[in-house]
Every structure is written in C-alpha cells, then in structure tokens.
Ligand binder design. Structure first.
Ligand SMILES: C[S@@+](CC[C@H](N)C(=O)[O-])C[C@H]1O[C@@H](n2cnc3c(N)ncnc32)[C@H](O)[C@@H]1O
Length: 284
C-alpha cells in the first residue's frame, strides 16, 4: 500500500482530552494497564485520519515534492529574519489527503475557473490545477510576498503550475479587484486568516462571483472542535485557538444565509461545502 506524506494529525478535542488524561495518569502513577489503555485510545483517535491518508490514491510526484520541500523549509529562520509579517509553518499546508479531495471535486464538477483564498506553498492550488483542462485557471491570493515566491518556485516544477496565477496582498483587496472586473468562479477554496472568512464570503456572494452551479469550500470549518464545543470550553490561544469565535460566527452566518445550502464534511479539520440553493436541488 502506498504511504503518502505523514501529515500532522489535526488533534480534535477528544485527542486533547486524552493527552491530558495520559499526563494525569503518569503523574498519579496509575497502573501500567491504565496507561496502556489510554495510549491505545489516543492511537485509535488518530488511526482513522492516518488510514484515510494511506488508503487514498497518493499525490503526484510534484505534490509529494512540494510537501517535502515545505516541511524542510527554514520557516523559523524566515520569521526571525522578518521576511514575513505573520506566523508561517508546514502545519498550514492542506496536505496529501485534502489535496486529493480538492482534486477529485474539481474533476467531478468540470470546474474551469477556481479561486483560492490563502495559497501558502501551493499544495491545494497545485492539486486543483492538476485536475483542470489546459485552458483553465486557479487564481490564488496570498498576503506574504516571500511565501508566494516559495510557492511559485514549487508549483512551477510541475507542468500544471502555469495554470496558477498568484495575487499578492491582502485577500480582501484582491477579491474586490476581481469583483470589480466581473470575474466569476466555479469553485472557491477559502483557506486564509479565519477572521476574514465572513468578509471573503460576503465579497464573493454579494458581488455574484460564484457561478450558478459553483461551490465554495471552506477549510478548517471545525477548527479542531472549536466550532461545536460549549463556549466555556473553547481554547483561546495565539495560534489556531485565536480563531475559535471567528469560525463559529462564520458557520452561523452561512447557516442563516437563505441564499445557500451547505454541508459540513469532517475531512481533516472540516470542509464546509456551500452552494446556491437552486444548484443544490434537482428537478422533480
Ligand atoms: C492555511 S494557509 C493556506 C494553505 C493552502 N491553501 C494549502 O492548500 O496548502 C493560509 C495562507 O493564507 C495566508 N494569509 C493569511 N492572511 C491573509 C490575508 N489577509 N490575505 C491573503 N492571504 C493571507 C497565509 O500567509 C498563509 O500562507
């Protein structure tokens, strides 16, 4: 069986709780039996994601190389030298499994124009480009010029890289520009700063940028359980936990938007798929 990249598991609330329990069991010197059982539970929680990764078709060599290079890149040094404004690291990458998922959706939908909000090193963009016909495009937005340069070099190692156009700058500004130009997209993959999701969604929907049968895909829509945990249990941190409220607010906003229907897919950290109501329903 082909083994793809060993992707970092997006630890959900059950895994976090079990790790806490494991620490407690060690501190309290619980019996070896109990500690072994806790370890088995932790392994079971991550086994499903690892299995999905392994049993799915492996990514192309170009994507595999992009993943490897992204992991090897000296991100800490990049941040220390002030080459980027925000935090960056390989955990941002969508990865092999989600890339294959995106590629499958693009192929199934016959999409020709794709918009990505949040490029990073280009894993999702290249996966989607691989499923596109030669005359189609992925237009992708990235805030960090340095990151966009790294992505450009990586995606250009594949012949599909030429289908990818990068817009550097704050995504809200790039989206406004695309809206003013009257551009429309068959598929939109939103995967940048989570506190911008509502704005990005509004720009796309209010300016009619989604084609009639188009789909918006929202990444990290479960945000490691923060979308559904009781409010008092939310993790508020400097990293992913800083978006806890933003993701809940976004999901609620879409739920209350009567222009669309949506489905939450619990792949990796959750992908919400949103379509216009008319596109969602068939004919009687
Ligand atoms: C989670 S990563 C994207 C991962 C990528 N879609 C993939 O498939 O691997 C988020 C990216 O969004 C970028 N970003 C953050 N804030 C942004 C903004 N306001 N406008 C555009 N890009 C932004 C970050 O620099 C980062 O590269």
């Amino acid at each position: 069986m082909a083994s793809t990249s060993k992707k970092a598991i997006m630890g959900g609330p059950v895994q976090r709780q079990l790790v806490k329990l494991q620490d407690m069991a060690k501190t309290l010197e619980a019996s070896e039996d109990i500690q072994t059982q806790i370890q088995i539970c932790i392994e079971n929680v991550t086994a499903q994601e690892e299995y999905c990764d392994t049993i799915s078709s492996p990514p192309s060599e170009a994507i595999q190389n992009l993943i490897t290079e992204t992991k090897k890149h000296p991100w800490q040094k990049t941040m220390d030298e002030g080459k980027v404004m925000g935090r960056v690291g390989p955990g941002m990458m969508s990865g092999a499994l989600e890339g294959t998922f995106l590629k499958t959706l693009v192929g199934m939908s016959n999409a020709k124009r794709i918009l990505e909000v949040g490029l990073f090193t280009g894993c999702g963009a290249l996966a989607m480009a691989e499923a596109l016909p030669a005359d189609a495009k992925v237009i992708t937005c990235e805030l960090e010029e340095y990151v966009a340069d790294v992505a450009r070099k990586l995606v250009d190692q594949s012949p599909h890289g030429r289908k990818i156009d990068i817009m550097i700058g704050p995504a809200a500004e790039s989206l406004q520009k695309l809206a003013e130009e009257g551009q429309k997209f068959d598929m939109v993959f939103v995967d940048a700063n989570k506190d911008g999701y509502i704005d990005y969604y509004k720009i796309i929907m209010d300016n009619d940028m989604l084609t009639a049968r188009g789909t918006i895909l929202i990444d990290n829509a479960l945000n490691r359980g923060q979308a559904y945990l009781p409010k008092e249990k939310l993790v508020i941190s400097e990293t992913w936990g800083k978006y806890s409220h933003a993701i809940r607010d976004f999901n609620d906003y879409v739920y209350n938007d009567n222009r669309v229907s949506q489905v939450m897919v619990p792949i990796r950290d959750g992908v919400m798929m949103i379509r216009r109501k008319e596109a969602f329903e068939g004919e009687a």
